[in-house]
Design a protein around this ligand. Structure first.
Ligand code: BJW
Ligand code: ZN
Length: 261
């Protein structure tokens, strides 16, 4: 899909929404799996989501790691391998460029680092907060040992060098707490932002989904970029219906940063 395929109504709404992004605003981007969909990474929910497979759905619960560590580690190792093959899409790139036009914080639920790759490519340095951790990191399930390492093969059942506990991916599963520092920084950004841009998230998973709610309570305007309405769509001032890889470059073009394609 290209920008030319967006309906005149959507294009007009994008022009209006772009008005909120002018004048050096403080923007909190709240990103989810849909942002990486056009890079070939599946979403969790929705028609093509991995959760349609019940076996896969159980792999993101902490309790499953105790019961069936091999299944969990093998799935995560496949996803770690996929990271070596994927690239940021036009949505990531547009976000990275938009970040130069205001005070941007990206609070992402994604664990793939494509936001960082895009920002590095265009030379912008917004604050990036990984709410649900990182696939590139491994951590010990028994002690605080945690580090970035793409060479570890999780499917071999590696053990912690400090305490011999089982190593696992550095992500946050259902039933686990998010990192306090990351949540606090994200809550600060949510309560101080002028605009919260929800990109490619169903906004169903908490406490992450409380960030746009907090931004809304503090008077920020919400803009949603998603082909489908999220759970928070009704709170959004603008709902930009379309894929992130098309709508975000169109927002950029509306700001005069890029020619429409
Ligand atoms: C496009 C597109 C395109 C498609 N362009 N868009 C009731 C109230 C509040 C909380 C709870 C509750 N009941 C239970 C809880 C707690 C639970 C929770 O929220 N459950 C809900 C499901 C109800 N939360 C937790 O357990 C969290 N921890 C916690 O609460 O700690 C406190 C505590 C702990 C222990 C004891 C007591 C208290 C932890 C949540 C961790 C979530 N982890 C996962 C896996 C991460 C690792 C991994 O990647 O494997 O995070 S689950 C999964 O969902 C993943 C995602 O980050 C997260 C959110 O999904 P996301 O990103 O929104 O993706 P989708 O697939 O849902 O949506 C994709 C969207 O994209 C769709 O809208 C599409 O339309 C759109 N899209 N193509 C733009 N091209
Ligand atoms: Zn350990």
């Amino acid at each position: 899909m290209t920008q030319a395929a967006l309906s005149p109504e959507t294009l007009a709404t994008i022009e209006e929404a772009a008005g909120l992004l002018r004048g050096n605003p403080r923007v909190l981007v709240f990103a989810g799996a849909g942002l990486s969909a056009e890079s070939g990474i599946s979403t969790f929910r929705g028609p093509k989501g991995v959760y349609n497979d019940k076996e896969i759905a159980r792999l993101t619960h902490v309790a499953t790691f105790a019961k069936d560590p091999e299944a969990v580690l093998s799935w995560y190792q496949q996803r770690r391998h996929q990271l070596t093959e994927v690239r940021p899409n036009e949505g990531h790139m547009a976000l990275a460029r938009l970040a130069a036009t205001g005070h941007y914080t990206i609070a992402t639920q994604n664990v793939d680092h494509l936001e960082e790759v895009a920002c590095r490519a265009v030379g912008t340095r917004p604050e990036i907060l990984r709410l649900h951790g990182s696939l590139a990191r491994v951590r010990c399930h028994s002690c605080p040992n945690e580090y970035e390492d793409m060479m570890v093969d999780l499917s071999s059942g590696p053990r912690c060098k400090r305490c011999t506990g089982p190593l696992r991916p550095g992500v946050v599963w259902f039933g686990e707490m998010l990192d306090d520092e990351v949540v606090n920084a994200a809550m600060r950004a949510a309560s101080e932002c002028d605009v919260c841009l929800l990109v490619g998230t169903s906004a169903l998973v908490y406490p992450a989904a409380s960030l746009p709610e907090l931004a809304h309570e503090h008077g920020a305007k919400l803009i949603e970029v998603n082909p489908e309405p999220s759970a928070l769509a009704r709170k959004c001032r603008f709902q930009l219906r379309g894929p992130a890889g098309v709508v975000l470059p169109a927002l950029e073009a509306a700001l005069g940063l890029q020619q429409p394609r």
